[in-house]
Write a protein that binds this ligand. Structure first.
Ligand SMILES: Cc1cc2nc3c(=O)[nH]c(=O)nc-3n(C[C@H](O)[C@H](O)[C@H](O)COP(=O)(O)O)c2cc1C
Length: 399
């Protein structure tokens, strides 16, 4: 069973007789866990109705570019940013020609140009149309531009011909789509990742905590598992589901997180600390609920152990990646933390009202001793995958 959980996929459907197979493809992508939005070209809409795709995807179907209502709902740039990948299946000869020329006269070709996500086409056409020099030239152009190509297959065609040009079956396209995300860049590597907030008990019902949702750490854990790593996630309290193929250890306090991490740290290749660990905890935790008897009370706090520093200073320290959440002077504070804690890498983000912690999107400034790379604003899942690729590159260079 393929796994596409948390993937946001645009399924483009253009004008080919094979468009009936797109409904089955949509079902397969959904079954694998993807959230799918269908973009239908004018030609595609002649073969299968928007209603079918809307009912199967559970999302409105997008087809108009120059339509104020459609733009107000989810405009072409928003759609292009939303996508983790764009799969055009079927890709008609006409659509392939438009994409090869970089045309932007319709919604699907425009968003293929506007997206930073991988774009794949599954060509479907008569064998003579496929063999035609113009089509082959367009296919070469798309290949040079980094557009992925799924198929076509060979065999009996709807027009009665036999030869290459058949769209691949839904199952094959779904598998190839899943393969886009499985890079293998961390195959066999052992990763330890922390995520979420910690809770520092004041009494049996109250605690000190922070606004971390855990989404960034969970997205990184998922991306690492997709890249082939063996992943252990040490998580503070969150409302999130464990990503597939990730081993999760639940903790509550910073001390518990420290203990769990130190048990595993000397056995891992890479340690990524995304958790928002409380710097301080109450000196005393009351046995019973504190009563509202006094006008003011004082809470005395003591420092928690520094998980990141302790891992980075191990004799056989793993490749250690820290996170810096700052409200100002991002690069300066992050670079100081990188040096002070002897980290291999730090990923820094601005936090504050409406930023990072509770959002589904984020941006990161990634620093090592000699490098600096900006990962621009995108979904935490896409960002997790980008960061894992950066970490894999630096880890390989360092080992
Ligand atoms: C019955 C019928 C079947 C067609 N099948 C295909 C096809 O399989 N592949 C293709 O490239 N064009 C096919 N065409 C031609 C396209 O539908 C036509 O080029 C259309 O403009 C493409 O629309 P699009 O640009 O929105 O993809 C077919 C046309 C008809 C009338």
């Amino acid at each position: 069973m393929i796994n596409l959980s948390n993937k946001q996929i645009i399924l483009g459907v253009s004008g080919s007789i094979a468009a009936y197979k797109s409904a089955e493809l949509l079902r397969r992508l959904k079954e694998a866990g993807a959230n799918v939005r269908v973009v239908l070209t004018t030609g595609g809409a002649e073969f299968v109705t928007a209603l079918t795709f809307q009912a199967l995807s559970g999302n409105p179907v997008h087809s108009e570019l120059l339509d104020t209502k459609a733009e107000a709902a989810m405009g072409h740039i928003e759609l292009a940013r939303w996508a983790d990948c764009v799969i055009v299946a079927p890709a008609s000869a006409n659509f392939i020609a438009r994409l090869a020329q970089g045309e932007t006269g319709d919604l699907l070709s425009t968003l293929c140009l506007a997206t930073a996500a991988p774009v794949a086409i599954a060509p479907a056409m008569n064998q003579q149309m496929w063999a035609n020099a113009a089509t082959q030239k367009n296919i070469r152009l798309l290949d040079e531009n980094g557009v992925l190509q799924f198929g076509p297959g060979e065999g009996n065609q709807a027009c009665g011909d036999i030869g290459p040009g058949r769209m691949l079956e839904a199952e094959q396209i779904a598998q190839l789509t899943a393969d886009i995300f499985h890079t293998g860049s961390l195959a066999g590597r052992t990763l330890l990742i922390t995520a979420g907030p910690t809770q520092e008990a004041i009494d049996p019902v109250r605690f000190l905590s922070n606004r971390s949702s855990g989404k960034m750490g969970y997205a990184i854990a998922q991306a690492a598992a997709e890249a082939g790593a063996i992943v252990t996630l040490v998580s503070g309290p969150t409302a999130l589901n464990t990503p597939p193929h990730v081993d999760r250890i639940n903790v509550r306090s910073a001390q518990q997180m420290h203990d769990a991490v130190m048990q595993h740290a000397d056995k891992c290749d890479i340690f990524i600390s995304t958790a928002a660990v409380a710097d301080y905890r109450p000196v005393h935790t009351a046995d019973q609920k504190i009563k509202k008897t006094q006008n003011t009370i004082t809470l005395e706090l003591q420092k928690n152990p520094d998980i990141l520093t302790d891992v980075a200073h191990l004799e056989n320290a793993p490749f250690t990646v820290g996170f810096a959440a700052e409200t100002e002077n991002l690069e300066q504070h992050a670079r100081e933390k990188l040096q002070r804690k002897k980290l291999n890498m730090i990923a820094a983000n601005l936090v504050g009202e409406g930023l990072a912690f509770e959002n589904d999107e984020n941006a990161l400034l990634v620093l090592t001793a000699n490098t600096k790379q900006q990962l621009t604003l995108t979904s935490k899942f896409a960002l997790g995958r980008e960061l894992i690729e950066v970490i894999a590159r630096h880890y390989q260079a360092a080992s």
